[in-house]
Design a protein around this ligand. Sequence first.
Ligand code: NDP
Ligand SMILES: N[C@@H](CC=O)C(=O)O
Length: 436
Amino acid sequence: MPAPLKVALLGCGVVGTEVAHRLVTHADELAARVGAPLEIVGIAVRDAASPREGVTGTSLEPLLTTDASALVRGADVVVEVMGGIEPARTLILQAIEAGASVVTANKALLASDGPTLYKAADAAGVDLYFEAAVAGAIPIVRPVRESLAGDQVQRVLGIVNGTTNYVLDRMATDGLELEQAVKEAQALGYAEADPTADVEGYDAAAKAAILASLAFHTRVSLDDVAREGITGVTAADVAWAQRTGHAIKLLAIAERNVRDDVAGIQVRVHPALVPLEHPLAGVRGAFNAVFVEAEAAGELMFYGRGAGGAPTSSAVLGDLVSVARHRVLGGRGPVESSYADLPVLPAEAACTRFQVRLDVDDRPGVLAQVAHVLAEHDVSIEAVRQSADAGAATGVARLLITTHTARESALAATVAALTDLDVVRDVVSVLRVEGA
Ligand SMILES: NC(=O)C1=CN([C@@H]2O[C@H](COP(=O)(O)OP(=O)(O)OC[C@H]3O[C@@H](n4cnc5c(N)ncnc54)[C@H](OP(=O)(O)O)[C@@H]3O)[C@@H](O)[C@H]2O)C=CC1
Ligand SMILES: N[C@@H](CC=O)C(=O)O
């Protein structure tokens, strides 16, 4: 057996602790798969003295260090599971410059400055793998990056944030308030260090940017993604959605724009109504699911645990075995694809169906006025009905309007015009509808 490969672990939190344990527990099998033993040479943390469940008192404890820079310089492979932009970015670049291969789960960093890292890895001739950065345990990066490299991806749509899916699920099934459900997700190890990244949609947007870059061979960064989180979703919205046969899900969508002869892609993250019979509506807890539509392959679906220490460690260790094999046997994994450089179109260009709830004066002719406003803005009505929850004041009717596919910009202008209409008392909610 060749000499051990030196593995430096950056981070010993939810994911890092699992990775370290599995490296130790399954050392023999992993050595056999790689063709060389994997030896943890150190684990970088912020505070090496603080007690850690599952680490303090074990053989891992003496490996803790606060000197991450020194650690990466002596390693064959660096596994970055500390998160955040800095010092993770500098440490990864130091590792690459020193000739180490890198495995990272850091979607925030990849979505903000991925090309710098890919370029550095390319120049140094080392691997940079990041399966765990999107959808936890689900193999999705490799299929999109490698298996579909010969196809034309048209659309990627899915649930890519475990925390928000857990939260929306708890709101729907147990009537929990958002804050309480977020606390549970934190305790279960699903949430980011700052859960705002989850609930405001930044984490899903980072994953959408990574998937879109790979799927469309185009540079997409976090800033290119139109983003809306779940903080505006109320318990009443969730209950209402259920009554109309829908679940509310935070969706990430990246698609080729084939409308109006505009060549480009559109990437967005927002809550949406999903019909209960659609497979995405049945994705419960912290599970994720991603649909990929490609020209030749047709529709593919990927499903599994999207967050948590153990599921994420599976993706990290899979990458670690791959890059370690390359070090033993020679060769490299995929390099960054040359760019098609499709323009990333603005959020207003996106087209979707909408469900609008509004309170209007309950008298003849009002519906015609409302319909006229929609028609003026090129938004066509698929269905309109008086909602059973017309619990508002007497003389007020609550309408539920479902539109055909319309541009975001047209819908926004429609809502503004409806709000100005004398007969409209309130626009109660506007939700996108996907998957119908
Ligand atoms: N949790 C999950 O379900 C998933 C997480 N990820 C990603 O994996 C990464 C890690 O996540 P997670 O394990 O949950 O995060 P945690 O917050 O649980 O752990 C972070 C670890 O990194 C260490 N760390 C943070 N900053 C520094 C620093 N400046 N110097 C040295 N050590 C540092 C912390 O040290 P200390 O303990 O001393 O504070 C801690 O051990 C993130 O990029 C996250 O987005 C990806 C998929 C799923
Ligand atoms: N906070 C993230 C963790 C995995 O990427 C999530 O909830 O999905």
